[in-house]
Ligand binder design. Structure first.
Ligand code: PMP
Length: 385
């Protein structure tokens, strides 16, 4: 048989999966590895999808998605974050934030273009860049600087070939957040260089301290920013596969072309559920956020007490714990913790080279599980220290 596409052939499977496969094969494992809410979708949201099916609304929607949903998204971004997007020409409803990442890469990248990513970063970015023919260029983020993007590092990373940068704050895996002041320092560099900013804001609602800021809040670079968001994390809707992409009208038209040929339109029942989520789901978000915050506080206190120095994350449902005091590499730590104490977490290296010395622990699981996992991690560390 003929060889398949070289880039696909060379892709490594996600470093997260390996641990799930190991954990699934064992009994009595507590998993703090997953990147999805443990809550079910609030029923009033699901009910609207059921209703849409009962009424026979089982057809394609417009390529961009239902106009009623796009109007809700526009209201939401305007009221919540102070950024206006026209529902007719600037909003595209996608199959999760995942499709949106892929669309951005395919629409912007020419072969050989460089795209800056932050290291550590979400596992899907680099494969999406590479599959579009681009070259990822990494900027290392450090615990010392709270895993923020610093202007001097951005300046150094930009070359003639740079097409875009992908940012994700609050960040998976670090929980790091960029404030308005942090962004203000990099905005002039973005403006001067003319590069695009792909801003993955999927965790914008899972913020515990301070106010969310998007690079699109800065008028000077608004047209250079492509905003990705979705329903998976905020509304506990991972299985519905619904997200959206906000951009200037010209870009949005191009992104919609790609979406049209690859997807046609996002799932119809999910779009009806999403309208309900934005219209009446804000109290649900608040209840879930309060619960995540209590879990975060407990987990961080316990980890720091064990000598695993952990910056208290300002957002998401992950902590990025420094495990260097154990004397183990990230991979050894995770494999041995799973084998010896049956706790599944993810090595920082699954998210990039600078994740060495860290592990990602998800607290999208019950308080009881978190407490039991902490007791097991403590037992695991005792003979090592
Ligand atoms: N971006 C980030 C940073 C994520 O963590 C995830 C999910 N793990 C996604 C995008 C994709 O989410 P979805 O496709 O479910 O919207």
């Amino acid at each position: 048989m003929k060889p398949i596409n070289d880039t696909v052939e060379a892709l490594k499977p996600s470093g997260i999966r390996k641990y799930f496969d190991l954990a699934n094969a064992m009994e009595g494992v507590i998993s703090l590895g997953v990147g999805e809410p443990d809550f079910d979708t609030p029923w009033h949201i699901s009910a609207k999808a059921v209703e849409s099916l009962e009424e026979g609304r089982t057809h394609y929607t417009a390529n961009r998605g239902l106009l009623a949903l796009r109007r809700q998204i526009a209201n939401y971004y305007r009221n919540r974050y102070g950024i206006g997007y026209d529902p007719e020409s600037q909003i595209l409803v996608t199959v999760g934030g995942s499709e949106a990442v892929d669309l951005c890469c395919r629409t912007l990248i020419n072969p050989g273009d460089e795209v800056i990513v932050l290291d550590p970063n979400y596992v899907a970015y680099e494969p999406a860049i590479e599959m579009a023919g681009g070259v990822p260029v990494r900027i290392e983020l450090t615990q010392e600087h709270d895993f923020k993007l610093l202007p001097e590092d951005l300046e150094t990373a930009i070359s003639e070939r740079t097409k875009a940068i992908i940012v994700n704050f609050p960040s998976n895996p670090t929980g790091g957040v960029m404030s308005r002041e942090d962004y203000a320092r990099i905005v002039p560099i973005i403006q001067r260089s003319g590069i695009y900013v792909i801003s993955d804001e999927i965790y914008s609602e899972l913020l515990f301290d301070g106010e969310f800021c998007s690079p699109a809040n800065f008028e000077d670079i608004r047209d250079q920013v492509l905003v990705i968001n979705g329903f998976s994390k905020a509304f506990a809707m991972t299985g519905w596969r619904l997200g959206y992409l906000l951009s200037n009208p010209e870009l949005s038209a191009q992104l919609t072309k790609v979406h049209q040929f690859v997807i046609m339109s996002a799932p119809t029942a999910a779009q009806y559920a999403a309208i309900e989520a934005l219209e009446h789901g804000m109290p649900d978000i608040e209840a879930m956020r309060r619960e995540y915050e209590a879990r975060r506080n407990l987990l961080c206190t316990r980890l720091n007490r064990m000598g695993l120095t952990t910056n208290v994350p300002k957002g998401t449902f992950y902590v990025f714990a420094n495990i260097t005091s154990s004397g183990l590499s990230s991979d050894e730590f995770c494999v041995r913790l799973l084998e010896e104490q049956k706790v599944a977490i993810v090595p920082g290296t699954a998210f990039g080279e600078s994740g060495e010395g860290f592990v990602r622990i998800s607290y999208a699981t019950s308080m009881e599980h978190i407490k039991e996992a902490c007791a097991r991690i403590e037992a695991f560390l005792a003979p090592l220290q």
